[in-house]
Design a protein around this ligand. Structure first.
Ligand code: NAD
Length: 443
């Protein structure tokens, strides 16, 4: 089938590469000429395991084409995917300007029936706005062309995006038109062989499902972070509590890890956008507001712990940081907890030595001009000469470090573990001080 995807970011590129891998002819359109030039020259703009190979083999096979030519894209695909960003507006609402710009472009160039598939995360009612935008552009051309707008939210996780797309938990298709539902079902058939994962529903329910999923996951994290602060205050160990509650199948072990707050391009903005949507119709979503507030406080926690440990004397100190991306296996640093910490440390007069297995280029892009930041080629180099080590992102390679070497390299042998990934017994046995999230200080 012929497919066009607007937006070649984390979602658009993965969607395009996976649909091409299944044999479809895919055109990826982006407004960023540098990104398209990089993709056409065999490069890849993001770090996502397995993506480079998939993009390069399908590009070489001619099934995956990259272009900035929107008119060409609209002419190419029966399916017109919208996978552009929906960043938060100042009031927390989702900014739809990119989504509606694509809708207008489609209306300006389409001459035949098109299925417009909204993959971006958008508030309830956006499909109607997209349809109105397309209709207005068609009216301006004095033509009448049939089209459908489908909500098909994406549930992939950065770091496991290919696997999630190829073997999805569910494929949500929001449409009232049975003919369009069958077209989407056919497009997704290669990813739906084991058992039927396609869920056809009305458009508004599909749009809300995506926000509901992210808000639920964010709620689990904030709940555990709230509990970890209580555990610490009352002298309990949150890791024991976690195992204790996870054994109840109604609760389960997944996604109940305490830490230094959630970040990324989705949870923070989606929780805010859902709360904003509720407020706009006169409903105060108290739980969502609390989820966000708890997360904001948690993102400050590591800095508070470091500040307290040094009794506020941070000026002139150097702090080593392991992990800059908002979670492991990605280079994405949007709303990452590391950024909050680093900026607070600078504010307090401390310098930072940092390492991340994938996000060094992104850190360089964000903070490259800072004299109080040193990016090191590996984890141990970050520790050299630093006062303290802070683990912010739980990359696997940080989980069993050489404690003796860390102790030797640190001026003040202390580790702040923002993700509770280290074994406290081992850290303490190596003669290092250990401060983590909601755990007992001594095991
Ligand atoms: P991104 O910022 O990585 O990519 C968006 C791309 O769209 C950029 O390359 C940008 O240049 C391009 N773009 C902007 N306007 C355009 C236009 N008019 N025409 C063509 N291209 C245009 O964003 P992302 O992380 O891929 O997210 C896209 C959407 O998917 C968002 O709504 C997001 O909430 C949602 N989503 C993201 C994830 C994720 O893990 N990143 C997962 C599920 C859903």
């Amino acid at each position: 089938m012929d497919v066009t995807i607007f937006g070649s970011g984390y979602v658009g590129l993965v969607t395009g590469a996976c649909l091409a891998e299944a044999g479809n002819h895919v055109v990826c359109i982006d407004v960023d000429p540098d990104k398209i030039a990089l993709l056409n020259s065999g490069g890849i703009p993001i770090y996502e395991p397995g993506l480079e190979e998939l993009v390069s083999s399908n590009h070489a096979a001619g099934r995956l084409v990259f272009s900035t030519d929107a008119a060409f894209g609209v002419q190419h695909g029966l399916f017109q995917f919208i996978a552009v960003g929906t960043p938060p507006d100042e009031d927390g609402s989702a900014d739809l300007k990119h989504v509606l710009a694509v809708a207008q472009t489609i209306g300006q160039h389409m001459d035949n029936y098109r299925v417009i598939v909204d993959k971006s995360t958008v508030p309830v009612g956006t499909a109607d706005k997209v349809a109105a935008c397309v209709q207005a552009a068609l009216a301006a051309r004095n033509i009448d062309v049939d089209f459908d707008v489908v909500s098909n939210p994406e549930f992939l996780k950065e770091g496991a995006a290919i696997e999630d797309f190829m073997r999805p938990d569910r494929i949500i298709v929001g449409t009232d038109n049975p003919r369009t539902a069958e077209l989407l079902r056919a497009l997704y058939a290669p990813f739906n062989r084991n058992h039927d994962r396609v869920m056809i529903m009305d458009v508004r329910s599909a749009e809300l499902t995506k926000y509901a999923a992210n808000a639920m996951l964010a709620t689990k994290i904030s709940f555990m972070n709230e509990l970890s602060n209580i555990a610490e205050a009352v002298g309990a160990d949150i890791e024991r509590v976690r195992v204790g509650i996870g054994s109840d199948p109604r609760i389960g072990y997944q996604f109940i890890y305490p830490g230094c707050g959630y970040g990324g391009s989705c949870f923070p903005k989606d929780v805010r956008a859902l709360a904003h949507s509720a407020r706009a119709i006169g409903y105060e979503a108290q739980l969502l507001t609390a989820v966000e507030a708890v997360n904001e406080r948690q993102k400050d926690l590591l800095f508070q712990k470091i500040h307290d440990y040094y009794r506020g004397e941070l000026a002139g100190r150097t702090v080593a940081i392991w992990g800059l991306s908002f979670k492991p296996n990605t280079d994405d640093m949007r709303e990452a907890s590391s950024r909050r910490l680093i900026e607070a440390l600078w504010q307090a007069g401390a310098a930072v030595r940092a390492f991340d297995p994938a996000a060094m280029d992104e850190t360089q892009r964000l903070y490259g001009d800072r004299p109080d930041l040193t990016l090191t080629p590996d984890a141990m180099s970050a520790v050299a000469g630093a006062d303290a080590l802070v683990i912010v992102t739980e990359w696997t390679q940080f989980r069993s470090p050489d404690y003796a070497e860390i102790k030797e390299r640190l001026t003040d042998p202390v580790i702040f573990d923002g993700r509770n990934v280290l074994d406290p017994t081992q850290v303490l046995a190596a003669g290092l001080s250990y401060i983590s999230i909601g755990r007992l200080p001594k095991q």
